[in-house]
Design a protein around this ligand. Structure first.
Ligand code: HEM
Length: 399
């Protein structure tokens, strides 16, 4: 019988083989090691993601030791009762999402396009015009960090601190979190509360045209508490950085393995947005999202109980042959391509338009700048966690 074992090195190298076996033999799989159900079929994943009443995003509903640990962690949280979008359910989620949707508008995102183009140009200007170029440090990591900093309205000079903070928080998405990782995340949260708190106070007396000012306006209209603003700013940092970095890294790796696709995009950049959707599907930056069952429910040929943890393996759903013919093939013009890389249902990624824009600008700039992009010296290095899939090094040979 297939098992889910994310601890073996081969899983990090290629999780899709394990997903495929599970989907075929045991699509609603009870993992003893993870104390969770592992869902690998597209249809089961969307059933759960769409039904927020039965499948909660609030970890406090988890049964057993995990639930206890989460409740204890929350009780000690420096942000008190304030929750983020990611960990609350409707109707509270609907109310908060409505408020942030108003400030995180497509207009505010689209307005960023020229600035994102400038940032990509500046980063590429600093890179060698030919020879070796390490993509992750040179472009994929700094670009999203600078964009989020500017969107929030904090000084871009602080970007190195942003990256350190965002790494410390992203580290908590791994299989098991050591005490050291949790302590570091707590310390980081305290630093971020102080950091963003300063900007919130400043914007109360002198508003600007930035996201923090828009959130402060919602605070003044008594729609958000100060703690909720701080929690949201911190969430953006976690949710928006490593994910977008992973999209740029994983997508570039896919192009290196499919030079004919890279050539087609270089010849006709209007194909880039569709290719980005395929990059998202083919090697998803977020591999799993988590839900807690609120009541006994049948899923596949299993019954999950109230308090059970479900891991919705979107990376696996994206390779389900019932939804995507030839799922292991990278097909940049794939249509339809209803991947689950940004989730689905009420928690659908708030930053999806921004992530798509950043990727479109980045791949456009990269392909226009270099007539040839190949593998550089040294192997790509994998980072990531159980929930996030990405690279820490991707050496390129550009010319
Ligand atoms: C390629 C890049 C990205 C990927 C793959 C991604 C993926 C996801 C996924 C899968 C979810 C759903 C989580 C769930 O259902 O529990 C989500 C939610 C979210 N994402 Fe993203 N994300 C990306 C970029 C961004 C960016 C750039 C931002 C903001 C700057 C962002 C902000 C958020 C927020 C605030 C939520 C919570 C929405 C809610 O719970 O209502 N994401 N993202």
């Amino acid at each position: 019988m297939a098992v889910f074992n994310p601890f073996v090195p081969s899983f990090k190298a290629n999780p899709y083989l394990q997903y495929g076996r599970l989907r075929g033999e045991d699509p609603v799989h009870r993992s003893i090691a993870m104390q969770a159900w592992i869902l690998t079929r597209y249809d089961d994943c969307i059933t759960v993601l769409r039904d927020a009443a039965t499948f909660s995003s609030d970890g406090r509903h988890a049964g057993g030791q995990l639930g206890e640990a989460i409740r204890e962690q929350r009780a000690q949280s420096p942000l008190g009762e304030a929750q983020t979008l990611l960990s609350i359910d409707p109707p509270a989620h609907t109310r908060m999402r409505g408020i942030v949707n108003r400030v995180f508008t497509p207009r505010r995102v689209e307005e960023l396009r020229p600035r994102i183009e400038e940032i990509a140009t500046e980063l590429l200007d600093a890179a060698p015009s030919s020879g070796g170029f390490e993509l992750m440090a040179g472009l994929a990591q700094p670009l999203p960090v600078i964009v989020i900093a500017e969107l929030l309205g904090v000084p871009p000079e602080d970007r190195d601190r942003f990256k350190t903070w965002s790494n410390a928080l992203a580290a908590t998405t791994d299989v098991m979190n050591s005490e050291a990782v949790l302590n570091e995340a707590r310390e980081t949260t305290l630093e971020l509360i102080e950091y963003f708190g300063r900007f919130v106070a400043e914007r109360r007396s002198a508003p600007r045209d930035d996201l923090i000012s828009a959130l402060v306006a919602a605070e003044e209209a008594e729609q958000l508490t100060t703690d909720e603003i701080l929690a949201f700013a911190i969430l953006l940092l976690v949710a928006g950085n490593e994910t977008t970095t992973n999209l740029i890294g994983n997508g570039t790796l896919a192009l290196l393995d499919h030079p004919e696709a890279a050539a087609a995009l270089r010849a006709d950049p209007s194909r880039i947005p569709a290719a980005i959707e395929e990059m998202l599907r083919y090697d998803s930056p977020v591999q799993a999202v988590v839900r807690i069952a609120r009541e006994p429910t049948a899923l596949g040929n299993q019954t999950v109980e109230a308090g059970d943890v479900l891991m919705i393996m979107v990376g696996a759903a994206n390779h389900d042959p019932n939804q995507f013919p030839e799922p292991a093939a990278f097909q940049p013009t794939r249509e339809p391509n209803r991947h689950l890389s940004f989730g689905m249902g009420p928690h659908f990624c708030l930053g999806a338009p921004l992530a798509r824009l950043e990727a479109e600008v980045t791949f456009g700039a990269l392909l226009a700048r270099y007539p040839s992009i190949g593998r550089g010296e040294g192997d790509p290095e994998r980072g990531g966690t159980l929930l996030l899939r990405g690279l820490t090094k991707l050496p390129l040979a550009v010319g």
